[in-house]
Design a protein around this ligand. Sequence first.
Ligand SMILES: C[S@@+](CC[C@H](N)C(=O)[O-])C[C@H]1O[C@@H](n2cnc3c(N)ncnc32)[C@H](O)[C@@H]1O
Length: 213
Amino acid sequence: MPGSPPTNDLKPYFCVLNDLDGSILWSRMFGNDHPVVLDIGCGRGMFLVKHAEDHPELNILGIEIDYREGRHGAARLQRRHLNNARVLGGDARIALEKYVPPRSVHEAYILFPDPWWKRRHRRRRLFTDVFVHHVREVLRPDGVLNAWTDVEEYFEVIAALMNHHPGFIALEPPEEKPAAHDLDYHTSFERKRRQAGETIYRGRWKKKNIEPS
Ligand SMILES: C[S@@+](CC[C@H](N)C(=O)[O-])C[C@H]1O[C@@H](n2cnc3c(N)ncnc32)[C@H](O)[C@@H]1O
C-alpha cells in the first residue's frame, strides 16, 4: 500500500486505518446506532452510494485498499451529502481483524473480489479460510455474508469454503432481473460483466451458532 493519502478534504467521508485509534465505535462514526453493513473492496463506490441512498435506515462502510478508488467513492458520498456511508482506506483483512468490533455487523458484501487469474498469484485472493473466519467474527448472530463474482472457478472456491463452514448456512441467492437502463446494476464490475453477456455467480450465507462439541 502506498503512503497515506490526504483525508482532510473528504472528512468525514474518507479515513484510513492509521486515523483510527483502536476499535471503531459505530455510533461515533455515524452518529446513531443503525445496523451496519460492510462493502469489502468497494472500488469506486457504486454499490455503496446506491445502497446508502436506498437504505437510509442503514450505516454502510466501504473498505478499499486502493486509496484512489476509495477517495473517488468518498467524493461521491460527499457530493450527495450521504451521511449514512463512509469509506475506510486500507486492507480489509487488517480492518476486520483489528478495527471492526466483533459481532457488530449485520451484513457484509464482497462484490467481485479480484480473481488473481495467474496460478502463482492465487494466494493474493481475499477469500481464504482465515478471511471467512474474520468476517464471521465481525458478523452479529444471524448476520449475512454476500459474495458475487463472474469467475466460476473462484465462486466454486468461495462456495466450498462457505458451504463447508460449520458457522454458516447457505441462503437463497438474490434473483437477477434484466437491467432497465444503463445504471441499473449493483456495481461497476457487474455492469461491465453483464453487458458483456457473462454469468454472475451470487452466494448468500447466514451466520449460525457453532454447537460446542
Ligand atoms: C474487481 S474490483 C470490484 C470493485 C467493486 N466491488 C465492484 O464490484 O465494482 C475489486 C476491488 O477490491 C479491492 N481490494 C482488493 N483486495 C482488497 C483488500 N485486501 N482490502 C480492501 N480492498 C481490496 C480492489 O482494490 C478493488 O477495488
